[in-house]
Ligand binder design. Structure first.
Ligand code: NAI
Ligand SMILES: C[N+](C)(C)CC(=O)CC(=O)[O-]
Length: 320
């Protein structure tokens, strides 16, 4: 079926968030801060309490970023059923657990429970949309809208459709996210992991190999990024920064000079076995790195760090 959303992206007022954990809750905070009415549904017994706690912890950061006119935490309604959450929604963001079968049946249920044409986006971290389509669902209006944690601060969202998604639905979703204050990359084809997670996964695999082999500690690996390339990546991507590594000769000289080293055995991109030992080493390393800081302390530290970077790089007003 052709997706014909009832409203233009600019006219959306009501957003429904299905699944209200780390990411669903982050989306709720983002949409509230942008002045939308938000309904949320999550089957967990303590979901509402956790969600309201997440939103109120995020609010100081959102106030610093600048709230939209009329934005208020009071515009959040947590409903007892999925059907009530989405009945009047102009847009739906699904953020349920990363389990393929669950996503497939939930997305199909959402196409039944929403008004005709309403666009439904999945926050999936890596499933191609085509794998989440199902027989009998109104697949034309299902898209991936992959956010980054926390969605209320990190601007990027990757948008891509599947084989049965209407191109118009992808375009509508991209425009909607843009209006809602996100920075959008619209992909014209499916790629497992999309763009950013494909890159992050390469880094992640190498880090796991180094921890598994006792070659570097969790702390050293994190410092190697925050004290090194991470400082550049906040404002200039890894490719352009590497072009500068070629001096005035740019990427051409960089490739002629360092290209052959790509064949050297620096990487072991095959994923390591996630053994209990490796799991424990990662957990212990992160706990040691966190020290006395609680989860809430780390969230506040991260949020302030992102705001500082956005401000320092002129993306929040104020700094050049
Ligand atoms: N955690 C992260 O850094 C990121 C996660 N994502 C994606 O966001 C989605 C959600 O992940 P998280 O928020 O991290 O997980 P989470 O575990 O924090 O939250 C999942 C929530 O879904 C709820 N839930 C369980 N069954 C459900 C159902 N049938 N329908 C609706 N909700 C249900 C749970 O009660 C829980 O509150 C996943 O698809 C994940 O890949 C995307 C970007 C980043
Ligand atoms: C860990 N993760 C793969 C779920 C992360 C993401 O999908 C994006 C992010 O926030 O880095």
């Amino acid at each position: 079926m052709t997706a014909t959303p009832p409203l233009a992206p600019e006219d959306v007022r009501k957003v429904a968030c299905i699944g209200a954990g780390v990411i669903g809750g982050g989306w709720v905070a983002h949409f509230l801060a942008r002045g939308y009415d938000v309904t949320a549904w999550d089957p967990a017994d303590d979901a509402e309490e956790k969600l309201r706690r997440l939103v109120s912890a995020a609010w100081p950061a959102l106030e610093q970023m600048g709230l939209a006119e009329g934005a208020s935490q009071d515009r959040l309604t947590v409903t007892p059923t999925l059907a009530e959450a989405v009945a009047d929604a102009d847009f739906v963001q699904e953020s349920a657990p990363e389990k393929l079968e669950l996503k497939r049946s939930l997305l199909a249920e959402l196409t039944d429970a929403t008004r005709d044409g309403v666009i439904i986006a999945s926050s999936t971290s890596g499933y191609p949309m085509s794998d989440m389509h199902s027989d009998g669902a109104d697949n034309g209006r299902l898209v991936v809208g992959h956010p980054f944690n926390p969605p209320y601060l990190i601007p990027l969202v990757e948008v891509v459709g599947g084989e049965k998604t209407d191109r118009a639905a992808v375009e509508w979703a991209s425009r909607f996210y843009d209006v809602a204050g996100k920075s959008v990359i619209t992909m014209d084809r499916e790629l497992p992991g999309f763009i950013a997670n494909r890159l992050q996964e390469a880094l992640w695999r190498e880090a796991l190999h180094m921890v598994a082999n006792g070659e570097a500690s969790v702390q050293d690996i994190d410092d190697s990024i925050t004290e090194g390339p991470g400082l550049r990546w906040a404002f200039m991507g890894p490719l352009l920064t590497f072009a500068l590594a070629g001096g005035e000769g740019g990427m051409g000289h960089m490739l002629d000079h360092f290209g052959p080293s790509l064949k050297s055995p620096w990487t072991r991109l095959e994923a390591p076995e996630l053994t209990r030992e490796l799991r424990d080493a990662m957990v212990e390393g992160c706990e040691a790195e966190a020290g006395e800081r609680t989860y809430a302390d780390l969230v506040a530290e991260r949020d302030q760090g992102v705001i500082n970077v956005l401000r320092a790089t002129g993306r929040l007003g104020g700094a050049e």
